[in-house]
Design a binder for this molecule. Structure first.
Ligand code: TYM
Length: 335
């Protein structure tokens, strides 16, 4: 029987590992807002994932709070969903340990993101970096999530999560729901403004490559003005025109229209006007989010209350799954 939508669980998270980009917003957070009324949602701040690359402790703490404020400023309603910090719920680390025992080293070594990060942080290829997808599987499986809304770069991690869940269920009996990635076609991969074949990333060293959610209007306008396009002057989305396609995706996401509608709007216009319009649309959309985030950050007590409440309700849900897992694997739990 089809489950009632409201009973379907949705899980997602963002790492507080840098300044968030419009890629994080378009690929993930924006979609979370639309789903919170339809599903039972858990939205986390993945600080345990963040420390797999070196973080400045005081900065990590600050970014965690900034991200909480940003979620709310983007429209996540803490009354409607569970918003919490991953490290505040110990069940994540506990389940990750058990899942480690049904995950193979070879599988982890093959993960694209691990290989990329290991190459970029050759001086710090720690166990956590390799184990990252197992912790992510623990996040998702703890809440018996049906759906995980993410950008396309997380697809492989979702596939391994499914494999781990199926393997555990086969070995120990039905325990986890097998989740599905929820990847929207448009905006699932926003690319760098300087190299439109690469993902726009928080950790890009070139500041002109990414538009950050915290950028002011001037920076936003300047970055779009300098965005790499191509030499012909047609504003259409196609594989041969990755730069223009990316700008169309960004425009459509912030304008709330389809890419086809955006193409029609810019028919016959030049790249200069187009880039200006993209910049203005993004700056106009981000201004109220930034103002609201700032307002929320001024009230640390309010944010702390939300996160405490969120951690308690997440812990309650997580504990149910963890107890089941401990029983299944044969851990002694007293009489
Ligand atoms: P993170 O913090 O790298 O990114 C957060 C979300 O943003 C999406 N994203 C993008 N989408 C479109 N275009 C881009 N350029 C772009 N860059 C990032 C990501 O796909 C992601 O959805 N491992 C996760 C965090 C995590 C998580 C989880 C996610 C931890 N536990 C459980 C889902 C479920 C990560 O590093 O995301």
């Amino acid at each position: 029987m089809e489950e009632n939508q409201q009973e379907k669980v949705l899980y997602s998270a963002v790492q507080p590992s840098g300044n968030l980009t419009i890629g994080n917003y378009i690929g993930a957070i924006r979609n979370w807002v639309n789903m919170q009324r339809e599903f039972t949602c858990f939205y986390a701040i993945a600080d345990m994932h963040a420390i797999t690359v070196r973080q400045e402790p005081a900065l990590l703490r600050r970014r965690t709070l900034e991200l909480a404020a940003l979620y709310i400023a983007c429209g996540i309603d803490p009354e409607q969903c569970t918003l919490y910090v991953q490290s505040n719920v110990s069940a994540h680390a506990e389940l990750a340990w058990v899942l480690n025992t049904v995950t193979y080293v070879g599988e982890m070594e093959r993960m694209t993101q691990y290989k990329d990060k290991a190459a970029r942080h050759a001086e710090n290829v720690n166990m956590g970096l390799m184990d990252y997808p197992v912790l992510m599987a623990a996040d998702i499986l703890l809440y018996q999530a049906n759906l995980v809304p993410v950008g396309v770069d997380q697809r492989q991690h979702l596939e391994i999560t499914r494999d781990i869940a199926i393997r555990f269920n086969n070995r120990y009996g039905e325990t986890f729901r097998v989740p599905e990635a929820y990847i929207l076609k448009e905006g699932a991969k926003i690319t760098s403004l300087q190299d439109p074949l690469r993902k726009m990333s928080k950790s890009d060293e070139n500041p002109n490559a990414s538009v950050y959610l915290a950028d002011d209007r001037d920076s936003i306008m300047r970055k779009f003005k300098r965005a790499v396009t191509d030499s012909d002057n047609r504003i259409v989305a196609s594989d041969e025109k990755p730069g223009v396609t990316n700008l169309l995706n960004i425009y459509a996401a912030f304008k709330g229209c389809t890419v086809a509608e955006a193409e029609r709007e810019f028919e016959g216009k030049g790249y200069g006007d187009f880039k200006l319009a993209v910049g203005e649309t993004v700056a106009d959309a981000l201004a109220p989010v930034q103002a609201e985030q700032k307002r929320l950050l001024a009230d640390k007590g309010y944010l702390a209350g939300i996160l405490k409440c969120g951690a308690e309700s997440a812990a309650y849900a997580a504990r149910k799954t963890l107890s089941k897992v401990y029983r299944k694997v044969g851990f002694y739990r007293g009489e």
